[in-house]
Design a protein around this ligand. Structure first.
Ligand code: NAP
Length: 515
C-alpha cells in the first residue's frame, strides 16, 4: 500500500485512523499516496488554531506578517522542483500548466508580502475618514477594521492545489487570521507537501497553518461565529454548505467560488484577417488547452458576428489541431491529462450532452495520445463545438464541461451579443476583443455588473495582457450569480473578508488616540 499522508492539526502531525483514500497518477493509473482524516479531534484542532495561532498572528503588525509571507514564499521557492514532480504525477499536467498553479501561488504570496510592508507597523486599519455625528464636531464616528478572532477554513477544489491555498492564505495570514485548509482529495498531496515544508521551516507561529486531508465530514460542525469559510468547488456542494447550520445559524461568513460559463466576445466590425480576430482565436485555443480546460475561468462560450462564424471555427480549430496530447513527461506533449478517471467520465458525459445540441467543429477524439494508454490515461483532446442557433441553445449557456471544451455562437449585433453573454447568469470573467476603444469600453461597462472581471484585449496590449483566465492578485476574482457570488483577491480588498468592521463613536480626542 502507498504511504498515508498525515494531517497537521493542533500543532502536530496526526495520521487518520482509517485505511485512507488513494490518490492516483491520472496518466499511468498507479496509486501514489493515501489520505485520511478519520478520528481527528477537529474541535480541539480548531480551538488550537483560534487561540494559539490567532493570538500570535494578531500580536504581529501588518509589516511583520508581510515579512512572514515573504519567508513562506522563500520556503516554497526552495522546494519548487518537488512540487513540479508531484503535480506531474498527481495532476497529470505539463510543466507550463503546473507553473500556473505552483508559481501562481508563490507570486500571489509575494504580492501580499509587499502589501503588508506598505501597511506598516499597525494592527488594525482605519476604514474611511471620521464623520461628525452632530452639529458640534467634537463627537464623531470612525470606522475601523480588526482581524476576526476565528479561523479561516478553506475547502478547495482539485484543480489548484497550490494556488487555491496561497491565494486565500496570503490575505488571511496578512490579516492576522489562522488558516485550516482542506484540499480536494484527488490532488491533496501537493497542498499537504507545501504545508509540510512551511511547517518544517518554522516560519509561521504555532497554529497559524493546519491541513486536513480526506473526507470533509465534521469540518463545518467545528466552525464558530467568528470563523470564516471559503469554498471553491461545484455549485451542488456550495448549496450544501450554504444550508449548513454553521452558515445558516451561526452566521459564519462564507465566500463561494463555484462554476462559471465564461465568455469571449469578438466585437462587430473586425476583419477575419485582422489583429483582434487573431487575438481571439489565439486566446480561445490557449484557454481551452491550459490545464486541459480545468480552470474555473476558462472560456466556455465564444461569441462572434454571424458573418464570421465559419472563419472563427476554422481559425480556432487550426490552432487546436496542433495540440499534442498525452503523458506530460514527454517533452513534445503540450496538453496533459484531466485530474482523474472520474473527471474523464464527467467530461465525456458533459460533452456528449452538448453535442446533442451543437455541431462538432473540431473533434478532440481524433487526437492520438503520446506515450499514454487510452485505456488508462485520463486524457481528452480539445473539442470545439458550435451552433448557429445561439438563442435556442440553452444547454450551452448553462452547462460547464470542466475540460477542454468550448462552443462558438454567432450573434446579430452588439445588443444581441451582450444579452447572450448575460445568459451565463453571472460569470467569473468575460474577455472582449476589438480595436475600437470606445466600443470596447462601452461593452465592458455593460458586462461589468454580471462579471467579476472583464478582460479587454485590443491590439495595443497584444503582447502585454495577462490572459483571459489568469487570476492576478491585483484584480478581483469571483463572480456574481451562478459563479457563487464570491470575491477574492483584488489587492487590499481581499483583507476585508478576514476583518470585522466596527463604528467607533467618540470624542475627537479619543479617536486621535487610536493606535
Ligand atoms: P466539489 O466536488 O464541490 O469539491 C470541492 C471541495 O469540497 C473538495 O475539497 C471536496 O472534498 C469538498 N466537499 C465535497 N462535499 C462536501 C460537503 N458536503 N461539505 C463540505 N465539503 C465538501 O468540486 P470539484 O469537483 O473538486 O471542483 C470542480 C468545480 O470547482 C468546478 O465546477 C469549477 O468550476 C469549480 N471551481 C471554481 C473556482 C473559482 O475560483 N470560482 C476555482 C476552481 C474550481 P473531496 O475532494 O474530499 O470530496
Amino acid at each position: 500500500m502507498s504511504d498515508l499522508l498525515p494531517n497537521f492539526i493542533s500543532g502536530r502531525w496526526q495520521a487518520g485512523s482509517g485505511n485512507g483514500t488513494g490518490l492516483f497518477d491520472p496518466v499511468l493509473g498507479n496509486e501514489l499516496v493515501r489520505v485520511d482524516a478519520t478520528g481527528l479531534d477537529l474541535a480541539t484542532g480548531f480551538d488550537f488554531a483560534r487561540e494559539q495561532g490567532g493570538a500570535a498572528l494578531r500580536a504581529m503588525s501588518y509589516a511583520e506578517r508581510g515579512a512572514m509571507l515573504a519567508a513562506v514564499g522563500k520556503v516554497l521557492q526552495a522546494n519548487r522542483d518537488a512540487y513540479y514532480e508531484i503535480a506531474t504525477a498527481n495532476s497529470g499536467t505539463v510543466k507550463n500548466d503546473s507553473a500556473v498553479d505552483i508559481d501562481g501561488g508563490i507570486y500571489t504570496l509575494g504580492a501580499y508580502a509587499k502589501l503588508g510592508e506598505s501597511l506598516g507597523e499597525r494592527r488594525f486599519m482605519l476604514d474611511g475618514d471620521a464623520a461628525r455625528l452632530a452639529k458640534d464636531p467634537l463627537f464623531q464616528t470612525q470606522h475601523v477594521l480588526l482581524p476576526t478572532r476565528g479561523v479561516a477554513l478553506f475547502i478547495n477544489a482539485f484543480n489548484f492545489p497550490s494556488w487555491g491555498l496561497w491565494e486565500k492564505a496570503a490575505p488571511a495570514l496578512l490579516s492576522g487570521v489562522p488558516v485550516i485548509v482542506k484540499p480536494a482529495t484527488a490532488t491533496a498531496w501537493l497542498t499537504q507537501r507545501m504545508v509540510r515544508d512551511v511547517v518544517d521551516a518554522g516560519v509561521l507561529p504555532a497554529g497559524a497553518l493546519s491541513v486536513v486531508c480526506g473526507s470533509p465530514a465534521g469540518l463545518l460542525d467545528a466552525l464558530q461565529p467568528f470563523d470564516v469559510l471559503s469554498f471553491t468547488g461545484s455549485a451542488d456542494t456550495a448549496a450544501a454548505i450554504r444550508s449548513h447550520a454553521a452558515v445558516a445559524q451561526r452566521s459564519v461568513r462564507v465566500n463561494i467560488e463555484a462554476d462559471s460559463i465564461n465568455s469571449a466576445l469578438l466585437l462587430p466590425g473586425e476583419a477575419p484577417d485582422g489583429a483582434a480576430f487573431e487575438l481571439l482565436a489565439k486566446e480561445v485555443a490557449r484557454e481551452m488547452t491550459v490545464k486541459s480546460g480545468q480552470k474555473c475561468t476558462a472560456i466556455r462560450r465564444i461569441f462572434v458576428p454571424e458573418t464570421l462564424y465559419a472563419q472563427a471555427a476554422e481559425a480556432i480549430s487550426a490552432r487546436l489541431a496542433k495540440t499534442t496530447l498525452g503523458n506530460p513527461r514527454n517533452e513534445t506533449v503540450r496538453m496533459g491529462s484531466l485530474v482523474s478517471r472520474a473527471q474523464l467520465v464527467a467530461v465525456r458525459e458533459g460533452l456528449a450532452l452538448l453535442q446533442q445540441h451543437t455541431e462538432t467543429l473540431h473533434d478532440g477524439a481524433k487526437h492520438t495520445l503520446i506515450d499514454a494508454d487510452p485505456a488508462v490515461a485520463s486524457c481528452v483532446g480539445p473539442t470545439l463545438l458550435g451552433t448557429r442557433d445561439a438563442d435556442g441553445a440553452s444547454l450551452v449557456h448553462d452547462t460547464e464541461v470542466f475540460g477542454p471544451v468550448a462552443t462558438v455562437l454567432p450573434y446579430r449585433d452588439t445588443a444581441h451579443a451582450l444579452a447572450l453573454v448575460r445568459r451565463g447568469q453571472g460569470s467569473l470573467v468575460a474577455s472582449l476583443y476589438g480595436s475600437d476603444p470606445a466600443a470596447l469600453a462601452a461593452a465592458a461597462l455593460e458586462l461589468a455588473d454580471s462579471h467579476g472581471r472583464v478582460h479587454v484585449i485590443s491590439p495595443d496590449v497584444a503582447a502585454l495582457h495577462t490572459g483571459h483566465g489568469n487570476v492576478m492578485p491585483q484584480s478581483l476574482h469571483g463572480g456574481p450569480g451562478r459563479a457563487g457570488g464570491g470575491e477574492e483577491l483584488g489587492g487590499a480588498r481581499a483583507l476585508n473578508f478576514y476583518h470585522r468592521r466596527s463604528a467607533l463613536q467618540a470624542s475627537t480626542a479619543v479617536l486621535a488616540a487610536l493606535k
